[in-house]
Design a protein around this ligand. Structure first.
Ligand code: HEC
Length: 436
C-alpha cells in the first residue's frame, strides 16, 4: 500500500510540475515531434505537383517566382500588406524605401523582400501547427521549398506566440532607416489590439475618418515625440511619396487586408495551441495510465482542464470576444474587401462568415471563417466536440457569461443559421452539437 501511495504522490508532483512548465521544447517531443515529423500542408502539396511536372512556375525578371507562386497557392495580390520595420529575417533588405510585402490567404502567408535572397512562407499545417519554408529567389529548373525550423523559431516560437511555432505581427516606432526604436515601446497586434496602437512600422492605405493609428509613421527625431504626432499618416491612399510602388505587385497596403491579417494570425496560433494541448494532454494521460496500471482512456481531471482551457481561449477568439471596436467605419484601397466578402459558402439568405461589417467590427456575423480551414477541421475529436458543445451553448443563450455580451440575439441566430447551412464543410464532431 505504502509504495503505491508514494508512486501516486510522485506522479501527482510530476503532473503539477509538468502542467506549470510546458515550454518551448515540448513541441519537439512526443506526440508532436515538430521538427522531425513529416509535414502535410499546401506547401508540400504544391511541391509534389511541381515535382510531378503538373505545374510550371514562371520567373519574373524582377520579382522572381512571387507572381507565379501566389497564383499557384490562390493567394490574392490584393492581400498585399507592407511592413518597413527591420523586425524579421532579411533586415538588410527592409526599410521605409524598400518595405517587405506580406501576402496571405486562409492558411498560408508569404514574405517577399525586394532583391531578397529567399522568399519566406509560413503555413498552417493541420498536424504541426505553423510550419516554415524558404525558397531561393534565383531562377531554377527545380524549385524546392526548404523546411526551416530553428532559423525561424528564434522569433516565431517565443512568449509572443505562447512558446509554440506561430505567427507574429508587431507594431512599433521606426526611424528612417527602418530601425525599430524599442525604447519607445512595442505592441503585438491581433484583433484585440486597440486601434491607436496598431500598424507602427507598416504602410496603411485606406480611409478611416477621425480614427488614428501608428501606420505610415517614420520617426525623424531621436526620440518619439509625445503625444505621438501622426496626422500625415492617417487616411493615406497613395504611397508614392514613401517609396516606388511600381516595384511591388500592387501599390497598396490595404487597411482591410491588414485588419483581416490581425484577426487571422492569432486565430491560427490558437488553433495550433488547441491542437498541441489536446494531443499532449491525452498523450500524457496515457503514459500516466500505463505507469499506474490504469485502463487506457482512464480520464484525469487535469487532462479535461487543459483541453477546456485551450478550447475556451480559442472559442472566445473565434467568436470575437474582446475584439477592439473600430472607432470609425473603415475602407481599403486594393479591392481586398470586395473579393474577400465573396468567398465561402453561404446560407439561404446569402449570409456567410466572410461577409465584412467594417462599420464597428470586422465581420458582419462575428464567427471566424477559420473554422472552415483544414487545421480547424482536423483538430483532435475531443477538442472539436467540446468546441461544438460550447459554441452551441453560447449561441442558444445557455451561457450568459460576459465574454459573450457583444453578441446580440440576432448575431447568435445568424451565426447558428450559417453554421447549420454550411455544415458539410465543418467537422462532424463539431457539427453534432448543432443538430438539436
Ligand atoms: C528576427 C525575427 C524573425 C526571424 C528570424 C524570422 N521572422 Fe518571420 N516574422 C518576424 C516578424 C516580427 C514578423 C511580423 C512582420 C514583420 O515585422 O516583418 C514576421 C512575419 C513573417 C511572415 C508573415 C506572417 C507570419 O507568419 O507572421 C512570414 C511568412 C514569415 N515571417 C516567415 C519567416 C520564415 C520562413 C522565417 C525563417 C526562415 C522567419 N520568418 C524568420 C520575425 C522573424
Amino acid at each position: 500500500m505504502i509504495p503505491t501511495v508514494r508512486i501516486i504522490a510522485n506522479h501527482t508532483i510530476a503532473l503539477l510540475v509538468m502542467a506549470s512548465t510546458l515550454s518551448a521544447e515540448d513541441f519537439d517531443r512526443e506526440p508532436i515531434n515538430y521538427s522531425k515529423a513529416t509535414p502535410a500542408n499546401s506547401v508540400t502539396e504544391l511541391q509534389s505537383k511541381l515535382d510531378m511536372g503538373k505545374i510550371r512556375l514562371k520567373y519574373h525578371p524582377e520579382r522572381g517566382y512571387l507572381d507565379s507562386l501566389l497564383e499557384a497557392f490562390s493567394v490574392s495580390p490584393k492581400s498585399q500588406s507592407l511592413v518597413y520595420s527591420k523586425t524579421s529575417l532579411q533586415i538588410a533588405r527592409i526599410r521605409p524605401r524598400t518595405p517587405r510585402a506580406i501576402y496571405f490567404n486562409d492558411d498560408l502567408y508569404v514574405g517577399y523582400c525586394q532583391l531578397g535572397d529567399v522568399m519566406e512562407f509560413s503555413v498552417a499545417d493541420p498536424k504541426l501547427g505553423t510550419v516554415f519554408y524558404t525558397i531561393y529567389q534565383r531562377e531554377t529548373e527545380q524549385l524546392k521549398f526548404v523546411r526551416q525550423t530553428d532559423n525561424c523559431l528564434i522569433c516565431h516560437a517565443s512568449s509572443r506566440t505562447d512558446n509554440i511555432p506561430g505567427h507574429v505581427i508587431r507594431s512599433l516606432f521606426v526611424n528612417a532607416g527602418g530601425q525599430p526604436m524599442f525604447s519607445a515601446g512595442s505592441y503585438i497586434v491581433d484583433q484585440t489590439t486597440e486601434w491607436e496602437k496598431r500598424w507602427g512600422g507598416w504602410y496603411v492605405t485606406g480611409k478611416h475618418g477621425e480614427a488614428q493609428h501608428l501606420g505610415n509613421l517614420i520617426v525623424r527625431s531621436r526620440d518619439v515625440p509625445r503625444p505621438v504626432e501622426n496626422s500625415a499618416g492617417q487616411n493615406v491612399t497613395d504611397l508614392t511619396k514613401f517609396f516606388h510602388p511600381e516595384h511591388y505587385l500592387t501599390p497598396h497596403s490595404d487597411l482591410v487586408a491588414l485588419t483581416v491579417l490581425a484577426h487571422q494570425v492569432k486565430g491560427h496560433n490558437l488553433i495550433s495551441r488547441a491542437n498541441f494541448t489536446t494531443r499532449q494532454a491525452l498523450h500524457y494521460q496515457e503514459s500516466l495510465n500505463k505507469e499506474l496500471g490504469e485502463k487506457p482512456g482512464h480520464p484525469w481531471e487535469s487532462t479535461t482542464r487543459r483541453i477546456a482551457s485551450a478550447s475556451e481561449d480559442l472559442l472566445e477568439y473565434l467568436l470575437f470576444s474582446g475584439e477592439a471596436p473600430l472607432p470609425t467605419p473603415i475602407s481599403g484601397t486594393s479591392g481586398f474587401a470586395e473579393e474577400f466578402s465573396q468567398r465561402g459558402s453561404k446560407d439561404k439568405q446569402g449570409r456567410s462568415f466572410y461577409q465584412l461589417d467594417l462599420q464597428t467590427r470586422l465581420l458582419k456575423h462575428p464567427c471566424s471563417y477559420l473554422i472552415y480551414t483544414d487545421s480547424f477541421r482536423q483538430l483532435p475529436p475531443k477538442m472539436l466536440t467540446r468546441l461544438g458543445r460550447r459554441m452551441n451553448e453560447v449561441l442558444t443563450h445557455q451561457d450568459k457569461a460576459e465574454a459573450w455580451h457583444h453578441l446580440s440575439a440576432e448575431d447568435r441566430q445568424h451565426i447558428h443559421s450559417i453554421l447549420r447551412a454550411t455544415k458539410e464543410h465543418l467537422p462532424p464532431q463539431f457539427v453534432d452539437a448543432f443538430k438539436k
